[in-house]
Ligand binder design. Structure first.
Ligand code: NAP
Length: 527
């Protein structure tokens, strides 16, 4: 399939604008196939108006129909075959096994939401039957469930060109919830986005979903992206990327006549606390962490960017082993020139701060496409006093913070902003000794893990990927796992509604046999 570079205005392809962009190979600087036409204001408006019209029909599709739609999208993505894999590798510079794995994750996410819909209980149907004889006042018949919020705008992430992108977790959860989606394609992988959008539109047609259920547009975030967020028909935003981008969209959304939620996941330095019992195993710990810091060239929001320890007889050995391991790791190609340049700049700026020690770096120098694995070290006092050390460096980098005492460790943890993850390494008796510090970490993160590495996020019901600000704009929600659907629904209570008018999930007969709370009790029974 050759790439047309057009925008998907619902089911119609359109390229009315005179602005366009290409994608360049990071090594040769030669353009890849395809010219991508930025959407005009009129095209964006048309896509959003179509989405708004589609909402009223799409939200009334049964859960089974939406499940079939998600499964069909998954099939259509697989039908793209190797062409998708080849294009995604060319645009992201990520290796084939990673991209094939990510395709598996993308398709798996769609099927996971399809299964959630087939089971149906996620809508939290809750019924309190009328009590006409209650004294002093009767009770009305009250029935509540989660209903779709409306049109959702999705901003693709650069670091997961499939799984956090056009048909990624945000799109899958919004479509599952019953919301039409408009995707703002990421400028670093527009060809991948086009292929995936083609698959989604194929599924829209095969499953007889309304035109406008899905749209995808190209163009700059500051023009096309902001126009989408400011449009009154948009009711929620899903975003993964930089703090600057996420916060801009968050501010705009709050300045609208009708403010809307922006679920922005903006990264984290993911503190990892090494307890004394973990430092005893310096060799293995250093090897494990050197791997986690550099996997995927460190381009994960869960990258272990901060290692906390209390100085003892083993901490020096741990630091020197970590430095040795990092020195052995070859620099690798990053996602894009802009991300490589951003990494280089942040690395240099950080290493030029006062009182920072460069612990180790890859013994091979990087090319202008690559990120050089690096670890540095500061004292607790230096860390606390310099906000620069609290910033995410997106790439293969981590900072060791050496504390003189447990009290100093307390102060370091208290100085931390909200995080996606926190990790504790050590043996159980040690963990009990450091219980206060561990729960202080828990207070600042969305996922706390023990004796592992934060990279690698399981997609499942119990996952929490989100955390207190500034890791995310709303710590009550997750962007990974089935819980992600809750971002795009709102509770609605039907009071004294005739049974024939109620959504299936709330009808007396409970035709879907879902689990409901009826008069204080969990049950699948009909009334
Ligand atoms: P980004 O610059 O935040 O871009 C993400 C998306 O938001 C793009 O579609 C971009 O559009 C749009 N955007 C950016 N700034 C905007 C603004 N002011 N108004 C409206 N839309 C805006 O992220 P990126 O390009 O993926 O990577 C840049 C940096 O973000 C990285 O170096 C890293 O620090 C961070 N990052 C974090 C994560 C994470 O997991 N939290 C993931 C990836 C990147 P255009 O590109 O078309 O302008």
């Amino acid at each position: 399939m050759s790439l047309h570079g057009k925008n998907f205005i619902g089911n119609i392809l359109s390229a009315n604008g005179d602005k366009s962009s290409k994608i360049y190979d990071i090594h040769s600087n030669e353009p890849l196939e395809g010219v991508f036409y930025h959407a005009t204001k009129e095209e964006v408006d048309e896509a959003l108006e179509k989405a708004n019209l589609a909402f009223f029909e799409y939200k009334e599709k049964t859960q089974a129909q939406r499940a079939e739609f998600l499964e069909t999208i998954a099939d259509e993505i697989m039908n793209l075959g190797d062409e998708l894999i080849v294009r995604t590798i060319a645009e992201s510079n990520l290796p084939r096994p990673r991209i094939e794995g990510e395709r598996g994750r993308t398709v798996g996410q769609l099927k996971m939401f399809a299964n959630l819909l087939k089971e149906g209980s996620w809508v939290e149907a809750t019924i309190d039957e009328a009590l006409p004889d209650r004294k002093p006042l009767p009770r009305n018949d009250l029935r509540k469930m989660l209903r779709p919020i409306g049109v959702v705008s999705v901003f693709e992430a650069s670091n997961f060109p499939l799984a956090f992108a056009c048909a990624g977790g945000d799109t899958a959860s919004a479509l599952a919830a019953g919301c039409p989606v408009i995707v703002k394609a990421h400028s670093s992988h527009s060809g991948t986005s086009e292929l995936i959008a083609t698959a989604i539109i194929e599924a829209v047609k095969k499953c007889n979903m309304p035109d406008g259920t899905f749209s995808m547009v190209h163009g700059g975030g500051r023009t096309v992206g902001q126009q989408i967020v400011l449009h009154e028909v948009v009711k929620a935003v899903g975003f993964t990327g930089s703090t600057q981008g996420g916060m801009k969209l968050f501010e705009l959304a709050n300045q609208r006549k009708t403010p809307i939620p922006v679920f922005a996941e903006m990264g984290s330095i993911n503190p990892c606390l090494f307890l004394p019992s973990a430092l005893k195993d310096a060799e293995n710990m250093a090897e494990l962490y050197a791997g986690s810091i550099t996997v995927g060239v460190g381009q994960f929001c869960t990258n272990p960017g901060l290692i906390l320890l209390v100085k003892d007889e083993n901490s020096e050995k741990f630091k020197s082993k970590l430095s040795e391991n990092i020195a052995q790791i070859t620099p690798s190609t990053m996602l894009s020139s802009s991300i490589q340049q951003a990494f280089e700049k942040s690395r240099e700026e950080t290493l030029s701060q006062n009182d920072i020690e460069l612990l180790g770096e890859s013994k091979l120098k990087n090319t202008r496409a690559e990120g050089r694995p690096t670890v540095a070290c500061v004292t607790a006092k230096t860390f606390i006093s310099n906000p620069k050390f609290h910033e995410e460096i997106f790439g293969p980098y981590s900072l060791v913070v050496e504390c003189e005492s447990k009290d100093e460790l307390d102060l370091v943890i208290e100085s931390l902003e909200g995080q996606l993850t926190a990790t504790v390494m050590g043996e159980e008796p040690d963990m009990l000794e450091f219980k206060k510090q561990i729960f202080s970490l828990e207070n600042r993160c969305g996922r706390i893990l023990f004796n592992g590495v934060p990279t690698g996020v399981e997609v499942c019901h119990s996952m929490q990927h989100g955390g207190p600000f500034p890791a995310a704009t709303d710590s009550r929600f997750t962007s990974v796992g089935t819980g992600a659907i809750r971002r795009f629904v709102r509770p609605v209570c039907f009071q004294d509604c005739p049974n024939s008018l109620l959504p299936e999930e709330l009808k007396d007969e409970n035709p879907l046999e879902i689990l409901r709370i009826v008069n204080d009790k969990y049950t699948r029974e009909s009334l």
